[in-house]
Design a protein around this ligand. Structure first.
Ligand SMILES: O=C(O)CCC(=O)C(=O)O
Length: 258
């Protein structure tokens, strides 16, 4: 990470990186996701009329092996190495959002609960580091993430969202770009168009944090198949308090301070 990127990320809570997925890989992933979207459309039609027009498949990594290379995307790995302590992969999901599809604004930041805490102590530390890939262009109104820049450092608890509307900015994205952000930053989204928003989202966390569901062995079989000594194996390891359950690769992607 450059000093400019560190400064931008620390102040705002997010960073947009364009061309984060090689064009051939992006095309291949989108081909795979076409069948998921067909399935999602059926699931969407089965939803009650009053439901949020969104279909989300959690734990997509165990169901879609084409995503494995994305876990160790060389364009993103240095940022994970720089900003997450002893990182591991916690959650993976794909989301399709139709017109009216919404994620209500939220964040896990509190000014006082220290385990929910983005902080700086000689370097940036995260609890939850979000890696949000646009698989198609997300133009204004098409469900781009809406964020309150800097809210990951708020010292007061969030008032009701109605009072905050003017503080949100929306982040349009090009297909193949990635938005890195701290889950402490307040964020949500709303698709007001007829274009389907297609995103893949990964959460990385420090090795001490447990999976949200699926238990410690969520990635066991992928871990076993991953090459010895690889970053993939390391990121898929089980959590275990302050202990490492697999050695970190020696060749850490270090920040290039410019
Ligand atoms: O899918 C969205 O728009 C929201 C994603 C989100 O809330 C998250 O990554 O924490």
């Amino acid at each position: 990470m450059t000093l400019a990127e560190l400064y931008y990320y620390d102040v705002n809570g997010y960073l947009l990186i364009e061309n984060a997925i090689e064009p051939d890989y992006l095309a291949y992933l989108n081909e795979r996701l076409d069948s998921w979207e067909e399935k999602a459309l059926q699931d969407f039609h089965a939803l009650p009329k009053s439901a949020n027009p969104e279909v989300r498949y959690d734990d997509i990594l165990n169901q879609e092996p084409s995503l494995l290379d994305l876990v160790v995307n060389p364009k993103v790995l240095p940022y994970i190495g720089e900003m997450v302590d002893r990182p591991r992969l916690k959650s993976t999901w794909v989301t399709f959002k139709w017109n009216g599809g919404r994620t209500v604004a939220h964040s896990n930041h509190t000014p006082s609960v220290t385990h929910n805490f983005y902080h700086f102590n000689g370097r940036i530390h995260h609890n939850l580091f979000q890696v949000f890939y646009a698989m198609r262009d997300i133009n204004p109104g098409e469900g781009g993430l809406q964020v309150i820049p800097g809210s990951h450092k708020a010292n007061y608890p969030s008032p009701p969202d109605d009072a905050l509307q003017e503080m949100y900015i929306e982040i349009p994205m090009k297909a193949g770009s990635v938005l890195l952000f701290t889950h402490d930053m307040r964020h949500g989204s709303f698709n007001t168009t007829d274009n389907v928003r297609r995103t893949i989202i990964f959460t990385y966390c420090p090795g001490v944090i447990a999976n949200s569901f699926g238990g410690d062995t969520l990635y066991q079989s992928l871990f076993e198949d991953a090459p010895e000594g690889s970053w993939l194996k390391y990121l898929l390891r089980t959590p275990n308090g302050f202990l490492e359950t697999y050695p970190k690769p020696e060749c850490m992607p270090e920040a290039t301070m410019k």
